[in-house]
Design a protein around this ligand. Structure first.
Ligand code: ZN
Length: 491
């Protein structure tokens, strides 16, 4: 097993050599989506970032248990301890049962992940399936004296925890700062301190997602599910916890505090956070009106989009930036990603046509090492992609006869591309990406444009002939107001 992987640990704020707690096993937990709305570009980034990590760890020979949860209860508006549950709100507006909302958007999320070629996690637990375990953990924290009951709700006592522990160590905040910045919202007077957070909430009469407990009929606090499900499926200590940077505070900070008290020890060895996606330099968000769903990207139906972008273009766009850097969305950036990916596909097609010789003038070992070095350096996908582009030049030089390669080295070169492009970066070549496929499409379009010309000149004989001959070959042609549409039946 390679042991050169270095990852940046948000907790220590430095790069550390990755060492599994119990090799060859690796426990990986990533905070998944709250399923109350469309899957957005913002969901794609953590999914793709940790898919890259999952794929690479598996390639290095680890047996990875990857747990990515589905939040379907307890996540309230504005990530606060007061307000409506995001799922329940959607259910109320759409007049649906909350679990219908959950199922619908979970299906949508899965479909979008499949299109992005994001591998499914090993376990995908739902918060609503772990209500009893959440009550048990809240009880354990209560029994240890770090939680208090107030009006049927149970809150974590942050001030008490902070006496012996450092609350805020992950996000770099401290209690004094929190006291001045945390707003005292209406209804929060049940808390001792505004920064205390809910482990269990008593449900208001209008709150429809509710379960019985010894404290009240209510629901678990949002942060508790991840502490519970990571402990349940990965154990009291596990290797990596990931998520978006927007979850650093308060979500992950609360997770650390809860788990430390409930289990009596720190649970996570490495914390990893992906940065955010901005749109034309601005934060992306539903309330800002600039949040684009993945379906809108794939269909080109949002006002900010000049055209439709394929799922692999989105994947390339995200991976051509390092996961800890921000990515700024623009049509130009996506079109550049589209071209970049096409360059890789062209190179892969060129490799297949290369003729071998008796000797090799390029250094495949050095090339392979550079690719591994990039991945080992905190999953540096942009450097890996840059190396693969350098390789494209090398491949073209071989194809032009300026450089030479033996059969063995050619196999090696093919394997390097296969490994890094398909298996690790997770790109998938669609039929439409093949250059010969593009040419064939252009030829069909050409014929159909000739048919339109013929029709406009009242030459219906030629027009019908083109249509009928294409039909015999299995093409279904549909006339449209502004042209035509065609497909090859059964394809
Ligand atoms: Zn979480």
């Amino acid at each position: 097993m390679e042991n050169k992987l270095v990852i940046y640990n948000t907790l220590s704020r430095k790069k550390e050599i990755f060492k599994a707690i119990k090799p060859p096993f690796v426990g990986l937990y990533v905070c998944g989506p709250t399923v109350y709305g469309d899957t957005h570009l913002g969901h794609a980034r953590p999914a793709i970032t940790f898919d890259l990590l999952f794929r690479y760890l598996k390639h290095l020979g680890y047996n990875v248990r990857y747990v990515r949860n589905i939040t379907d209860v307890g996540h309230l508006e504005n990530d606060a301890d007061e307000g409506e549950d995001k799922v329940a709100k959607k259910a109320r507006i759409e007049q649906l049962e909350p679990m219908e909302v959950v199922q619908h958007y979970t299906n949508m999320y899965h479909e979008n992940m499949r299109k992005l070629n994001v591998l499914p996690p090993s376990i995908e637990p739902q918060a609503s399936g772990h209500i009893i375990e959440q009550q048990q953990m809240a009880q354990a924290i209560f029994d240890k004296g770090y939680a208090y009951e107030s009006n049927g709700s149970v809150y974590f006592d942050v001030e008490k925890y902070n006496k012996e522990n450092n609350y805020g160590k992950l996000s770099g905040r401290n209690i004094e700062e929190l006291l001045t910045t945390t707003r005292q919202l209406e209804g929060q007077d049940e808390k001792k301190n505004p920064f205390d957070f809910a482990l269990w909430k008593k449900a208001n009469p209008e709150h429809i997602m509710r379960w019985p407990s010894k404290w009240s009929i209510g629901f678990p606090g949002w942060h508790l599910e991840c502490s519970v499900m990571s402990t349940k499926y990965l154990g009291e200590e596990f290797d990596i916890h990931g998520g978006g940077m927007d979850l650093l505070f308060p979500h992950h900070e609360c997770e650390i505090a809860q788990t430390k008290i409930a289990n009596g020890k720190e649970s996570v060895k490495y914390w990893m956070h992906n940065n955010m996606i901005t749109i034309n330099g601005k934060k992306m968000g539903k309330s800002l009106g600039n949040s684009i769903s993945l379906d809108e990207f794939f269909e080109g139906t949002h006002d900010l989009l000049k055209k439709a972008y394929a799922p692999m273009t989105i994947r390339f766009f995200i991976l051509q930036a390092h996961y800890r850097s921000t990515v700024d969305f623009s049509n130009e950036a996506l079109q550049a990603a589209e071209k970049g990916l096409q360059r890789l596909w062209n190179a892969i097609e060129t490799i297949d046509k290369i003729e071998v010789t008796e000797k090799t003038t390029i250094n495949t070992d050095e090339f392979e090492k550079k690719c591994y070095d990039a991945m080992n350096d905190d999953l540096n996908s942009p450097i890996l992609i840059a190396n693969l582009f350098d390789g494209v030049k090398m491949i073209n030089s071989i194809a032009d006869g300026k450089e030479k390669i033996t059969a063995d080295d050619l196999t090696k070169l093919k394997n390097i591309y296969h490994l890094f492009v398909y298996d690790i970066l997770g790109f998938k070549m669609e039929e439409t990406d093949r250059s010969d496929n593009k040419v064939y499409k252009q030829v069909v379009d050409l014929l159909l444009n000739l048919r339109l010309d013929a029709k406009s000149k009242n030459d219906f004989e030629t027009a019908d002939k083109i249509r009928n001959e294409l039909h015999k070959l299995g093409f279904v042609v549909k006339d449209k107001k502004d042209g035509f549409e065609w497909e090859l039946e059964g394809k």
